[in-house]
Ligand binder design. Structure first.
Ligand code: G4P
Length: 190
């Protein structure tokens, strides 16, 4: 999505450790008109796929997942993050390792909100190593639902998570894929 690349070039800040800061439009402050367009683009990409639910993880994935859900006229479900894996039986849960924070957390969703007949699109703001999406895929499988694919606002292609998922046969659509970045500039995958 050309608009996502323009926005990253104009407002993104490259921080040490391979972190791209997009707090001015996606993470902390949200450009709502821009967000609406990203939701519409995700809906366009997955048109005709019969998506019944959008699934993300709290917290910063919720905004873009809500925009996608609104554009597709389907509910958004967000998995909650727990510090322990000690959760009750009416839930599905999976352990996720965060490379960025070097920690493990458990993602949990109530079995009331993911049903076997659901056709689920995963949506997140960032795709880095792909572990968060793998955790969500685990939840979809536990529910016996159908995974349609994943849509991300920004994929950090150099961390390899998106390509590993594609190699597993999962459809992954990212609105911008950063191939490399440094304080002198950002290169996008073509
Ligand atoms: P992975 O899921 O792809 O394996 O990635 P990883 O665990 O390393 O990173 C996950 C967290 O870090 C997510 O948020 C993700 O949004 C964020 N993140 C990763 N790389 C970047 C980056 O370059 N820039 C920004 N702004 N965020 C990045 P989180 O910390 O789990 O929590 P939350 O913000 O969603 O609450």
């Amino acid at each position: 999505m050309e608009l996502m690349e323009q926005k990253i070039r104009a407002e993104g800040k490259v921080l040490p450790g391979g972190i791209l800061k997009v707090g001015s439009f996606l993470n902390q402050q949200i450009d709502t008109e821009f967000l609406e367009k990203t939701g519409q683009e995700i809906a366009r990409l997955f048109e005709g796929c019969g998506v019944t639910k959008v699934l993300t993880i709290e917290s910063s994935g919720i905004a873009i997942a809500a925009a996608a859900g609104m554009a597709m006229h389907v509910p958004l479900v967000f998995a909650k993050k727990h510090k322990t894996s000690n959760v009750d039986g009416s839930t599905y849960s999976a352990v996720v390792h965060s490379y960025t924070h070097n920690t493990d957390y458990t993602v949990v969703v109530s079995s009331d909100y993911l049903l076997p007949e659901d056709r689920v699109l995963l949506v997140d703001d960032f795709l880095a190593n792909g572990k968060a999406l793998l955790g969500l895929i685990d939840l979809v499988n536990q529910a016996g639902a159908t995974l349609i694919g994943a849509a991300c606002a920004i994929e950090k292609g150099f961390q390899g998570g998106g390509d590993a998922l594609r190699e597993k046969g999962i459809r992954v659509e990212s609105l911008a894929i950063v191939e490399s970045m440094s304080d002198t500039g950002i290169t996008f995958r073509r």
